[in-house]
Each structure stands twice: as C-alpha cells, then as structure tokens.
Design a protein around this ligand. Sequence first.
Ligand code: ARG
Length: 251
Amino acid sequence: MKKMLALALAVLMAVCVFAGCAQEAENVLTMGTNAAFPPYEMVDENNKIIGIDAEIAEAVAAKLGMKLEIKDMAFDSLITAVSSGAIDVALAGMTVTEERKESVNFSDTYATGIQVVIVKEDSEIKTIDDLEGKKIGVQSGTTGDIYCSDSPENGGYGEDAVARYDNGALAVQALANGQVDCVVIDNEPAKAFVAANEGLKILETEFAIEDYAAAIAKENTELLESFNKALSELKAEGKLDEIIGKYIKAE
Ligand code: ARG
C-alpha cells in the first residue's frame, strides 16, 4: 500500500513538472519588429535587438508573466505577420492608420511620431512645399511612403516621385550618395541618421504628426486587453517615461 502511494505520488510529481514545462513553453510573447529604426529598435554590438519598443515589450511581457521573443523582419510584412498569427504583436514605431486598422487592432498609443524631411545641408529644398518634382526616398510600406506616393489630389507626389528602400538607413545612404533629393521618415530615427552621416539636416517644417501603438491580431482581444492594462500600469508607474527617457534625451 505504502509503495503504491509512493508510486502515485511520484507519477503525480512527474506530471506536475511536465505540465509546468508545457505551461512555460506556452508563455512566450512573440514580437515582430524591423530593427533598423533607432531609437525604437536597433541591433547592438552583440546582435541583440534593443530600443524603446523592445524594452516596452519586455516590461509588458514581464507583467503578463510571459517570456519575450523578438523577431526581426521587413517592416512591410509586419501587419500580415500579426494578422496571420505568425507573431503575437508588432512593436515597430508603427503608426496607427485607418487602413492598418482594417487588418489589425492597435493598442493604446505609447509615443508620438513626426514625419520629417531630411535633405543635404546645401539642398535647394527649404520647406515641404519644395518637394514637388523631387525624388523622395522612403522606407517601403511606411507612412512616409504612403503619404508621398499618394496622388497629388490626395496631397502626395505620385508613385514616380518615390524611391523605396528596405530600411531608413538605406534611404538615407541614397540621399548621401545623391540618388534621391530627400528622405521622408520619422523624426527620432531621422535625428539618429543625421547624427551618423555628415552633411545632412532635417527641415524644420513637419510633414505629419502620428501616434505609435502595438499591432495585435483582431481575434486576439484577450491579448489586446492585457497588453493595454500592462501598458497603463507602466505609464502610471513612470516606467514608460523612464524607458523613453533612456533613449531620447530631452533637448
Ligand atoms: N511610423 C512609420 C510607420 O508606421 C514608420 C515605422 C518604421 N518602423 C520600423 N521599425 N522600421 O509607417
């Protein structure tokens, strides 16, 4: 009898340990991003993805008792990756737009982005009114791309005006090489790229002001709710400001 009890206990313990493992394996939050967008996401010297979005996601995951895993991918494949369930969430300095909202849900917003124009220091482009007839470099699929490639009736410059690159750094390189006349991109990466390249500047006139949020699959309302709850706690605790302040120094 005693032996049987011991055996039953051993089996029970084994099952618990096993279930514990399975439980843990499930508790992974997979985040997709495009890690060439400093200071929101970039790769450090150890090939680790760091930045504001990575740290926010890390803090949210910790609150949800989950382990964060980050996948680096093309920016213009993030929405599909979210809606198909290939990733749980996209944090990529992603702007909330009506069109994207047709495919995914957005969390509450956690930052503001401004589309700006980078030009060469001696450029004849002085304001955004001078963009007409110019070659504009953009990162493929970003709001900068969407605005600029739109038809002139809609305030854009048309498909032919735009040269698309896989990431912002490549667009800026094309500007430095004289292949495009300007680059339209979000202000914080713009500052980082201008600081890293000589002879470039950011125009003072702003192109558009936008909200950044995390994208989550429409079906996954549970994650949307828990993500927003964690995010609002991080805001209340001052943790969000702390993360942003670590990467963006007040001027
Ligand atoms: N805010 C812009 C957008 O949503 C650009 C974001 C690019 N992000 C990135 N990680 N490369 O379209």
